[in-house]
Design a protein around this ligand. Structure first.
Ligand SMILES: Cc1cc2nc3c(=O)[nH]c(=O)nc-3n(C[C@H](O)[C@H](O)[C@H](O)COP(=O)(O)OP(=O)(O)OC[C@H]3O[C@@H](n4cnc5c(N)ncnc54)[C@H](O)[C@@H]3O)c2cc1C
Length: 604
């Protein structure tokens, strides 16, 4: 089935059933009467409106937001979307507090550190406690970036307790903790070094004491390794800050590899036994240079994953088809041995011809039922442009603007072979959980629609039981796509058409919102074409296109109305502003005893 199509999203090789067969068309509308007066759309268009929109066209909001009054009700509502993550982070903070309290008491009271305390005072236990917290942090720092490990854990009951979607937030929080406790550790040791310099009997005047202080900082093992670590840490954090990372991803990526220097120096840093205990064993294997013990679990898993990437990148992989879509989107179909995917996952792609070290994440748009993997790539920057060029796409020529909405297959170059690609993954994401719900609201913005391509395709295959796919308990899918202009929608149409045609049980409801301001002339054109038409003038779908932004209050209240006492999965991929809105709406309309909206998001 799939092989007949030119594009992975080209489902157009099916016969189109007559519109009358569409179960969504209410008989009274078909007969031309009874349509409520408040519906402002023309009659034919009204018939095309799907269930949710029928009620969203109504000016009155159906289900009101949930208003918890008692503490228990507030707590239950909070637990739906916030509780799990907040409790997890609270446990993590509590762990830090425990380490600080017990660490400080230990270094302050330990009878083996009397001399150190007498020499340095309170800054000795402060420096040591900060170091202890840093060791605990290093045990966590690598785990959230071990993607295979996380993908594996996602499939266990731990997925109900640990917010795996927040892995990068957790990594960042641990990174910030390392930053702050490093500063505390340094500040305390600067006081300690000053005390050492002042107590140095060889240093007779201020100049010599300054020299002694500088020597303690840079000519001793702990001092030198400490400052190298600090420089590495500050550089990593500087380039990892959100704005800089987004603007110069490569600088962030390469500078973050300073973590190797950071870890090596950390191991050495603790091995010099500069501040000796009062009694032997002074500097035994068990008491100094213990960094590696804390690092071991995360480090081994991380190294294993890096080796896995090397192994996977050597699997037989080749680009089988390239399709150039309008709006600077290209579809790359790849054949790769030993790859099992799940809808909603993403892969890392490397093209050694462009750079051996750059691995870029892209969401799979192919369904697990298909015998290839595909990604839709929006050509935005250095890598994607170079990759598109090497695959033979030409987005600069004039023809591109008028090209076929289904996309044009890029013929393989005659005088050379297509570049080699390496694929790592697939890895799990929030949207992977869509099958856990009976009802889902999928919201994509712009290219953020990609995760839903594979999900919708997979549902389509399941509905049709192709390739013996497992039937799904999912009974209703609300798919909403928010796009700026017409062009951006084109490459996805064919899949949506196929879904509309095949969806005889009215399980998938499509809503497309165009947010760009439309010129008056264009608008007149659309209205003229739309009057009496059975298909939308822009998308050729039965579902009419909406102009402007979605009214989320209406969307959520309608879903709550139509699906009482149901768990609804809300999956979003797109910009942060819209993500926040949906998160707020999911909380606002969740009722612990009624419809519960579980929000999950993916960020590009
Ligand atoms: C989980 C995930 C799934 C994604 N899925 C898709 C998809 O299906 N289709 C699509 O077109 N894009 C997707 N992206 C975005 C895509 O990875 C970037 O557009 C691409 O890496 C840009 O590279 P560039 O050098 O051409 O652009 P640049 O101009 O260098 O970067 C453009 C943007 O992409 C980010 N970026 C650059 N390199 C990387 C990288 N190696 N890893 C993460 N982010 C990077 C930058 O911070 C910047 O915001 C996804 C991103 C993530 C994190």
């Amino acid at each position: 089935m799939a092989s007949k199509r030119s594009s992975g999203l080209d489902f157009s090789d099916r016969s189109v059933p007559h519109l009358d067969q569409h179960p969504d068309l209410a008989p009274q509308y078909m007969n031309g009467g009874d349509a409520p007066a408040h519906l402002q759309r023309n009659k034919t268009e009204r018939r095309r409106l799907q269930g949710l929109q029928r009620s969203t066209t109504n000016s009155s909001v159906t289900a009101a937001p949930y208003q918890p009054s008692t503490f228990k009700e507030k707590f239950d509502a909070w637990m739906i979307n916030e509780g799990g993550k907040r409790l997890f982070f609270s446990v993590w903070i509590f762990l830090h507090i425990l380490v600080i309290i017990f660490g400080f008491m230990n270094y302050q009271l330990k009878d083996n550190g009397v001399t150190a305390r007498a020499t340095f005072g309170i800054t000795y236990p402060i420096a040591r406690t900060a170091a202890l917290v840093l060791h605990v942090d290093v045990a966590f720092i690598l785990l959230p970036v071990c993607r295979n490990f996380i993908s594996l854990l996602r499939r266990t009951p731990l997925n109900q307790i640990i917010p795996f979607d927040k892995n990068i937030t957790f990594h960042k929080a641990t990174g910030w903790s390392i930053f702050w406790f490093t500063n505390i550790h340094i500040a305390a040791h600067m006081v300690n070094f000053t005390k050492l310099a002042l107590a140095d009997t060889d240093a007779k005047n201020t100049g010599q004491r300054i020299v002694a202080f500088i020597l303690a900082n840079f000519a001793t093992g702990p001092g030198a390794t400490g400052w190298i670590m600090t420089a590495a840490l500050y550089t990593m954090i500087w380039f990892a800050m959100e704005k800089r990372r987004r603007a110069h991803f490569e600088r962030f990526w390469y500078s973050h590899h300073l973590f190797i220097v950071f870890f090596i120096c950390w191991q050495l840093h603790g091995m010099f036994c500069m501040i000796k205990p009062d009694r032997p064993p002074y500097c035994s294997f068990n008491t100094i240079g213990v960094f590696w013990r804390y690092w071991l679990v995360g480090g081994v898993i991380w190294i294993y994953e890096r080796i896995l990437r090397e192994v996977r990148s050597r699997h037989r992989t080749y680009v089988s088809k390239v399709i150039q879509h309008p709006s600077k989107v290209m579809e790359v179909q790849i054949k790769k041995e030993k790859t099992k995917t799940r809808a909603g996952q993403y892969i890392f792609l490397c093209c050694p011809e462009i750079s051996y070290f750059q691995w870029h994440p892209f969401t799979l748009t192919s369904a697990p039922e298909e015998d290839y993997i595909s990604v839709h790539i929006r050509v935005v920057g250095d890598f994607t442009s170079a990759f598109a060029k090497s695959l033979g796409c030409d987005f600069d020529s004039k023809g591109e603007k008028n090209s076929d909405a289904g996309g044009k297959v890029v013929p393989p170059p005659i005088n050379r072979v297509l570049p080699r690609v390496m694929v790592d993954g697939p890895f799990g994401s929030a949207s992977e959980d869509f099958l856990n719900y009976e009802t889902v609201l999928l919201v994509g913005a712009g290219i953020g629609v990609t995760p839903f391509a594979s999900i919708l395709k997979s549902i389509w295959y399941r509905m049709n039981n192709f390739n013996h796919s497992k039937p799904t308990r999912l009974s209703k899918v609300y798919f909403t796509w928010v796009i700026r202009d017409f062009g951006a929608a084109e490459w996805f149409h064919s899949l949506l058409h196929a879904i509309e045609e095949q969806d005889t049980q009215n399980r998938i409801e499509i809503n497309i919102y165009l947010t760009a301001k439309i010129k008056d002339d264009d608008m007149t054109n659309i209205i003229v074409q739309d009057v009496g038409a059975e298909k939308d003038a822009i998308t050729s779908l039965r579902a009419p296109t909406h102009f402007g932004r979605p009214n989320w209050d209406r969307v959520f209240s309608s879903i709550a109305d139509k699906h009482p006492e149901t768990d609804v999965g809300v999956f979003f991929c797109g910009p942060a502003v819209l993500s926040r809105q949906l998160h707020v709406m999911s909380n606002k309309y969740s009722n612990p005893k009624g419809t519960r909206f579980f929000f999950g998001k993916e960020n590009f």
